[in-house]
Design a protein around this ligand. Structure first.
Ligand code: BTN
Length: 243
């Protein structure tokens, strides 16, 4: 069956749009919007989504093995987005563990994966990406962190070309992920890892850990090297030490 893409001028959130019609979707169905008035970020944050030429895209996937099999999936999405941008000429785009894209040490894109389904059943997965292609009329105060768009670093990529290439590559990657898990992606992650061998600070709730990032393991955990001892961490947010 052909894949369906809802192209909407305005919506609250493309993720929510797909969540609302989960029963009618098949794997690979997608939604893009020009503007989101309730764009969602991770940890309950908002995703500022002005009109312009940014890409707000969500894709539905039915994961037969159930919700537990989704561990590491957001890393796969980041890898595919970085690879697609690279293929279209955006050099210097990197992945930030666990699920952002960075350019020049500033945030370029965010990924929000939302899951529905009980253990034992297939999981419904909504994969959402927001990427800054241009960001006119938006102040940094509205966003609350250092961000960048492709255009300000001299990279112009056609939005529809990007959306189509990304969807195709993502679907290929999701098939591979279902078959083999994260393992075939580890090397691909290393090729784009913004923090590899750099000293980082990891904040996990109230705790703060400093170490040298050594990439990821097969479960998608961050590997932190502290005086030669490497420990996997499954949660938290990293930043460069001193930032
Ligand atoms: C983050 O970095 O916090 C994740 C941001 C994810 C934003 C995208 S834009 C398309 C999709 N719809 C949403 O409401 N959010 C995601």
């Amino acid at each position: 069956p052909g894949r369906k893409i809802d192209v909407l001028p305005v919506i609250g959130s493309t993720n929510q749009h797909l969540l609302d019609k989960i029963g009618q979707l098949s794997s690979g169905d997608a939604c893009v919007a020009e503007y989101q008035y309730a764009g969602r970020g991770r940890r309950g944050r908002q995703w500022v989504s002005p009109f312009g030429r940014n890409l707000y895209l969500s894709l539905y996937w039915r994961l037969e093995q159930g919700p537990a099999a989704a561990i590491g999936l957001s890393l796969v999405v980041g890898i595919v987005l970085a690879e697609t941008l690279h293929e279209l000429g955006a050099t210097g785009v990197k992945v930030k563990w666990p699920n952002d894209l960075y350019l020049e040490d500033k945030k370029l894109a965010g990924i929000l994966v939302e899951l529905q389904g009980k253990t034992g059943d297939a999981a419904h997965v909504i994969i959402g990406i927001g990427i800054n292609l241009t960001m006119e009329n938006t102040s940094t105060d509205q966003i609350g962190q250092q961000w960048i768009n492709l255009e300000q670093s001299g990279i112009r990529i056609d939005r529809n070309t990007l959306a189509a290439a990304f969807i195709n590559h993502l679907i290929d990657a999701l098939h591979l992920f279902e078959k083999s898990g994260l393992t075939p992606f580890i090397e691909r992650w290393y090729a784009f890892d913004n923090y590899l061998n750099r000293e980082v600070k990891l904040i996990i709730g109230e705790r703060e850990v400093v170490g040298v990032s050594r990439g990821i393991n097969g479960q998608g955990a961050l590997l932190l090297d502290q005086f030669g001892e490497v420990t996997p961490y499954i949660g938290g947010e990293i930043s460069l030490r001193g930032i």
